[in-house]
Design a protein around this ligand. Structure first.
Ligand code: N01
Length: 536
């Protein structure tokens, strides 16, 4: 066999060079497998490679947002801030790639165009956009759950002669907004993080809002040497607590629900959670996401906090969410977001009743008026959960198309394997715990470990193929839906359920049964020899 033919006959193809892909390649190499990995971007980083907009930072505390698989790494790395900003996280991932010599195993600037499972050889035939054909036993997607940007199909999109940017495809050289009239479309996390910084530079900033958000203060700050040292020394215990937690970070919740608390203790508890900042606010009460009455109490309290930030009461009312409850749409953390609406150069444009109709040569037009702009920013979100996989043209047994199947109904087993697609693994795939309800670094590592252990199990048991049965898959979907449908999340229109994409089947995309519970289920499957999975 020639060297290039040998290079293209591998045990595993891994797609993606973010947190999951890097760790997956590391684990497989350590176990002695031949691996080729592919990444569309020009370097490692995944989410943190693409999302370079001003103000991009992680909403999970940096001490918890890192790998735990290597003791020396976690003891040596120093995070500068409570919530790490994008350049710091990218620097961390570049360091990990260097430290474990992972880059040589990746082909960068290389998208996967198509892949099909060949039943005769029991191997995946994978084709890249650069024309390579690779034959692999295992096909592992580490493509992230928020990787395929959603670009709304605005009329006249290309007529606009000014600058146009998408937050998730931000130019590496940055953008200078000085003296410019800027239009920001969308008010999700990306917009909420970037708006305060853009508002400092732009001559005028129009924020086009369709749905207001319950953003809560991050209270970001520098980490002291002492805090960092304490974390580094106690990582073993912290990681243990994180793994045992509901969402992959350690926190405490009261035992009673919000509606059971009297007015004084409710006020005290919410102030306490608010002051701690960030996601700990979501843990303010255990029934926040399941009980309408409790959710309303907390939502009303947060609404008052928002009102208190805005000088003009008419603008404040526009910023108050009314169609859903706190926590049922991804809660963005903010630093100075509401304050921008007190600046004279910032205008909030409510497009809920008067939608954006078209882009024009000089800006854009809503049903209520026209806006002259030099720059338009699309902060319009993602085709979450499925988008990164369905864009890839994956065909399993009998030529079954993953795109076609998920167009009708999004089904998976543990979020990690799909019936009809043997040896395909989908890390952070739909119906696994992912970004919405889990600290990604905790959950991704656990899922990579399960995938690797599964591959090792096959080797030990002289098997080459694993595929979930229809019955096992049906059981997982039923379990997932039962938990999801008992929450208030499914009542809110957002990317959490795929409702931001016209025609996408509605189902909560992330498993919400708890990270620790999910880990235990995965461990039991492994320990009991993969019941409900066909091994061949
Ligand atoms: O996207 P989004 P995002 N006309 O989907 C609006 C993660 N993240 O990129 O709500 C007008 O939240 C849309 O309006 P509506 C995080 O998990 C993490 O901000 O559909 N508006 C909405 O306001 C987050 O949840 C971090 O009515 C239109 C916005 O665009 C996820 O990524 C940082 C429109 C999209 O908001 C996605 O966040 C940033 C139209 N035609 C992001 N179409 C970290 O902390 C869409 N919109 C790591």
């Amino acid at each position: 066999m020639s060297a290039s033919a040998e290079r293209n006959q591998v045990d595993a193809v891994v797609v993606g060079a973010g947190f999951a892909g890097l760790y997956q390649v590391h684990r497989l190499l350590k176990a002695g497998y031949r691996v080729r990995a592919f990444e569309k971007g020009s370097d490692v980083g995944g989410t943190w490679y693409w999302n370079r907009y001003p103000g991009a930072r992680c909403d999970i505390e940096s001490i918890c947002y890192s790998y735990s698989f290597d003791e020396a790494l976690q003891r040596e790395w120093r995070w500068p801030q409570r919530y790490a900003e994008q350049p710091d996280i990218l620097r961390y991932l570049q360091h990990v790639a260097e430290r474990f010599n992972l880059r040589p195993h990746f082909a960068f600037n290389t998208a996967i165009e198509a892949a099909h499972y060949d039943e005769a050889s029991q191997r995946w035939q994978v084709r890249t956009a650069t024309g390579e054909e690779i034959s692999s036993r295992f096909f592992i997607m580490a493509t992230g759950c928020l990787s395929k940007p959603l670009e709304p199909n605005f009329k006249g999109l290309d007529l606009f002669t000014g600058e146009r940017y998408q937050t998730s495809r931000w130019p590496h050289a940055g953008v200078d907004f000085t003296g410019k009239r800027v239009g920001m479309i969308g008010t999700g996390s990306s917009s909420i993080q970037s708006t305060p910084i853009i508002a400092q530079q732009a001559a005028q900033l129009f924020v086009f809002q369709r749905t207001p958000q319950f953003a809560i203060p991050a209270w970001n700050r520098e980490l002291t040497d002492e805090e960092m040292r304490t974390a580094q020394e106690s990582y073993a215990e912290l990681r243990r607590l994180m793994r045992q937690s509901e969402v992959g970070i350690d926190y405490e919740s009261p035992t009673i629900g919000a509606k059971e608390a009297d007015a004084a203790s409710l006020q005290k508890q919410l102030e306490f959670a608010w002051d701690r900042g960030g996601y700990l606010m979501l843990a303010a009460y255990p029934d926040l996401l399941t009980d309408l009455e409790s959710n309303k109490l907390v939502s009303d309290w947060v609404k008052e906090k928002i009102r208190a930030r805005i000088k003009d009461p008419a603008v404040a009312e526009k910023l108050i969410p009314r169609s859903y409850g706190f926590g049922t749409y991804r809660v963005p953390l903010e630093t100075g977001y509401y304050d921008v609406y007190n600046q004279p150069n910032v205008e909030l444009v409510d497009v809920s009743q008067a939608p954006i109709e078209a882009f024009t040569e000089n800006g854009l037009k809503t049903a209520a008026g026209e806006y002259a702009l030099d720059v338009i920013i699309l902060a319009t979100g993602f085709d979450a959960g499925t988008g990164s996989l369905t864009q890839m043209n994956i065909h399993g047994r009998d030529g079954r198309s993953l795109t076609e199947e998920w167009r009708k109904d999004i089904r998976s087993t543990l979020g990690l394997q799909v019936n009809g697609f043997p040896n395909l693994f989908t890390i952070a795939g739909p119906l696994a715990p992912s970004t919405a309800f889990c600290n990604m670094t905790t959950c991704l590592q656990q899922q990579v470990d399960w995938v690797t252990d599964t591959i090792l199990y096959l080797r030990e048991h002289h098997q080459t193929v694993i595929e979930p049965t229809v019955a096992r898959q049906d059981a997982w979907v039923k379990h997932h839906d039962e938990i999801a449908n008992a929450t208030l999340l499914v009542r809110t229109k957002s990317w959490y359920t795929g409702a931001n994409i016209k025609g996408k089947p509605i189902r909560l995309l992330s498993y919400i049964g708890g990270a620790a519970n999910y880990r235990q289920i995965c461990e039991e499957v492994k320990a009991s020899g993969y019941p409900g999975f066909a091994l061949a």
